[in-house]
Design a protein around this ligand. Structure first.
Ligand code: GLN
Ligand code: ZN
Length: 756
């Protein structure tokens, strides 16, 4: 009897082989054949790993050269017109990345992860047609490798819900065109073997589902299951509970349903109802999204709790979601503190956990090797509970004793004093923080890290960059200056490296989209700031100018949302500790004479829960901790924040409640339509809507920016408006930045000239 299940495996390769192969091909350095060879090797290797670990249900078609949503669009023949003349890999990569004359398809966040998928584009004029080549090939490849795989596909309801219509219509209107192609697909799958297991991902049902989506479950899955009676359909959900949908799925002919018991505790409530049916339960209990070692005994208890409500013989033990969201293997982590390393588990280690857990749960009798594994697992969990690396009394006591959660004065009173001190005019000009990260700057950071240059030499190079940066801003005529952030490789990593309780991996790469990977730092212990993190740079920069120098920090919520976070404490508590560390930095900066401090919350929106009912809780601590981070600010210290979005419609009151004196946002690409919400909601603080797009190398003209500012003035009064680019300039070149900023300053002056 088969008992354990992995929902999906990462594909980029443990040494990022696929990334390298793709990028070599894209840049013309190799041909497509070498990409295919790499892909084959990786698939084989990943199947082998899973088989050797004792995994029963192993996937195929979880592999992708770019993205599985894109794969599904191609399988269904959902090809936007502008790519219709292309074929095969040319077509595929054009859809993902665009060509000279066809823009790439849109990309967006996959639920609440940092993975991004390609958004399928549908049009009522299209007709769809099955191309099951990839599915068939991967199935055969797996068979050749000695595996009888399950086949992973994205379900029709999730596909429709996450697609967009070019004419902005409702994608579900195309249901009648799409569903027959899915039915056809299942028929084809049914011809591959005597019986075939298909994992159909329908994660859309963990969000707040509409009655329409729910009502489609029955007709859809009746049709799909009947299309091929020898195909066993397993519905897979993840990242949250799917109680409502599960109640409907029981009444369809599916074989199994996968529920997440790590991030969807509420799923426990639906078990009794599921038990009454004949369905199999795929119980996601091994965390597929975080890097901590599972406490196997605890996981066994969870399974027993499930088994009290649901027959044990119909349970399959599984990962909570695809392992796509964690790095590959700890075997390349050579530099990591060995105690910390013993607490971690990446994809490969999770396979072993899953295998051991299912053994323990179903058989109870472990052999000697397994017993040793279990003992070492328990020892690691015990060490994590007590380690002084994690538990810092001082931090815990400080958190207990917080008595000042926010600034003492109201915005209305602060802003008056700030205007007296800072004396800036309406339409004050500034930038978001970073300036071009040149080859030289990157090299200097690398050399310092590797020990090739001394600390003093490194600092000298950074100071030279800051000098240039200040001189450039003065030449451009900007009013509020920044130091340019040359010392930062990344806005989270820079702070993480200086905070106690933060860890870094050497090879902890996770796919973000396409060939792009990120290596998130991880929070393992109580967070504190041993010493100031930015004060030396910012005060140096201030000493080089008469103008006001804006200090630059990353906010607690963003630091949290872009890290792997410890799972032995609520996120809201971790966030609070980070906020205290940032608060110390705010205080040190102002004491050192810095009058404006920007606390970036670029990833504030990333942390939003999938279910609306959970939003108020998130917002309450996220806002609390931003305010806590800036709570030491004197009334005359002006606090700015920056966010990389323009969609504030739903959250404007929350943004206002963060109580920053000034917020800069990303509006350049979306026009000022979205800005109206600031006016409509009587938003009182000052706002800097980006007046030009920094994502493009294009230099905006004075005229264009004047027009943009005038549009902004139709929405917000001049007293409330700041003028700035829409994000940091680090990815741009100096040749682009200087003329753009000059034009921006010139445009602000021109518009000011029209005021009386
Ligand atoms: N201060 C940061 C910078 O300018 C902000 C980056 C961001 O918003 N992502 O680079
Ligand atoms: Zn930004």
């Amino acid at each position: 009897m088969q008992k354990n299940w992995v929902s999906g495996f990462p594909r980029i390769g443990e040494q990022r082989e696929l990334k390298k192969a793709l990028e070599a091909y894209w840049s013309g350095k190799s041909d497509f054949e070498s990409v295919e060879t790499t892909a084959k090797t990786l698939k084989k290797r990943h199947w082998k790993y899973q088989k050797e670990s004792g995994i029963d249900y192993i996937s195929c078609n979880d592999f992708s050269l770019y993205d599985t949503m894109l794969d599904m669009a191609v399988t269904l023949g959902a090809i936007p017109q502008r790519f219709a003349h292309l074929q095969d890999e040319k077509l595929y990569f054009a859809m993902a990345r665009g060509t000279q004359d066809a823009v790439a398809m849109e990309m967006t966040k996959w639920f609440n992860t940092n993975y991004h998928y390609i958004v399928p584009e549908l049009s009522p004029a299209d007709s769809y047609k099955l191309d099951a080549t990839k599915i068939i090939n991967e199935y055969k490849e797996a068979k050749e490798a000695g595996i009888t795989p399950k086949i992973n596909i994205i379900g029709p309801l999730t596909f429709l819900a996450l697609s967009k219509r070019v004419d902005r219509g409702d994608t579900f209107e195309l249901y009648d065109k799409i569903l027959p192609v899915y039915a056809e697909m299942l028929k084809v799958i049914g011809t591959l073997d005597d019986t075939v297991v298909v994992q159909i991902d329908e994660p859309i049902f963990v969000k707040d589902v509409t009655p329409k989506e729910l009502s489609l479950i029955k007709p859809t899955y009746e049709k799909l299951c009947n299309a091929a009676p020898n195909v066993k359909v397993a519905i897979q959900t993840y990242f949250e509970s799917a109680v409502e949908a599960a109640k409907v799925f029981v009444h369809t002919p599916i074989w199994a349903i996968g529920l997440d018991f790590v991030y969807g505790e509420e799923n426990l409530e639906v078990l009794e109802e599921l038990a009454k049916s004949d369905k199999v339960l795929i119980a996601g209990v091994i965390d597929g999204r975080n890097i901590w070692k599972s406490d196997i005994e605890k996981k066994k208890e969870l399974l027993e709790q499930i088994a009290q409500k649901f027959p044990k013989e119909r349970i399959i033990v599984a990962t909570s979601c695809s392992l796509l969201h964690v790095p590959y293997t700890l075997k390349y982590e050579e530099k990591m503190n060995s105690e910390i390393k013993s607490w971690l588990s990446y994809a490969l280690e999770k396979l072993d956990e899953l295998s051991l857990l299912s053994k323990l749960f179903f058989d109870a009798k472990l052999n000697e090797i397994e017993q040793a594994l279990l003992a070492s697992n328990q020892a690691a969990c015990q060490s994590r509970k007590n380690s002084t690396l994690i538990h810092d009394k001082k931090v815990q006591e400080r958190v207990q004793k917080i008595d000042k959660w926010e600034r003492a004065e109201r915005f209305e009173d602060r802003i008056k004093v700030q205007h007296e001190v800072l004396r800036y005019k309406p339409l004050a000009t500034t930038t978001i923080g970073s300036f071009p990260q040149t080859q030289e700057v990157r090299q200097a950071r690398r050399d310092y890290k590797s020990g090739a240059i001394t600390e003093e030499q490194y600092k000298q190079k950074m100071r030279e960059y800051i000098d240039e940066c200040v001189a450039c801003q003065e030449e451009c005529g900007l009013e509020i200056l920044v130091h340019g952030e040359p010392e930062r490789n990344d806005m989270v990593e820079y702070f993480g490296e200086q905070l106690k309780g933060y860890g870094f991996s050497q090879n902890g790469w996770v796919q973000s989209y396409g060939s792009r990977c990120v290596k998130p730092p991880f929070i393992y212990g109580d967070i504190s700031r041993p010493k100031p993190m930015t004060v030396e740079w910012i005060t140096y920069a201030q000493s080089k100018t008469e103008k006001v120098m804006k200090g630059m920090l990353t906010g607690p919520v963003t630091i949290l949302n872009w890290s792997f976070v410890r799972d032995d404490m609520p996120r809201s508590e971790v966030s609070k500790q980070i906020a205290l560390a940032i608060a110390d930095e705010v205080d040190d900066l102002q004491k050192a004479g810095i009058k404006i401090i920007q606390v970036d919350e670029a990833a504030f929106k990333e942390g939003y829960p999938l279910k609306n009912s959970k939003i108020p809780e998130y917002e309450s601590w996220a806002v609390r901790d931003f305010k806590l981070a800036v709570s030491p600010a004197y009334k005359q210290t002006q606090i700015h924040t920056h966010m990389c979005y323009s969609e504030f419609n739903d959250i404007i009151k929350t943004i206002e409640a963060m109580d920053a004196d000034v917020i800069s946002i990303e509006t350049a690409r979306s026009g000022n339509e979205l800005l109206k919400v600031f006016a409509k909601s009587d938003y009182k603080q000052e706002v800097g809507p980006g007046v030009y797009d920094i994502h493009s190398p294009r230099i905006p003209s004075v005229g264009e920016i004047v027009t943009q500012i005038k549009l902004l003035l139709e929405v917000l009064p001049k007293e409330q408006l700041w003028i700035n680019p829409d994000c940091g300039l680090k990815t741009r070149k100096w040749e682009e930045v200087i003329p753009s900023l000059k034009n921006m300053v010139e445009a602000a002056k021109k518009v000011r000239g029209t005021f009386h």
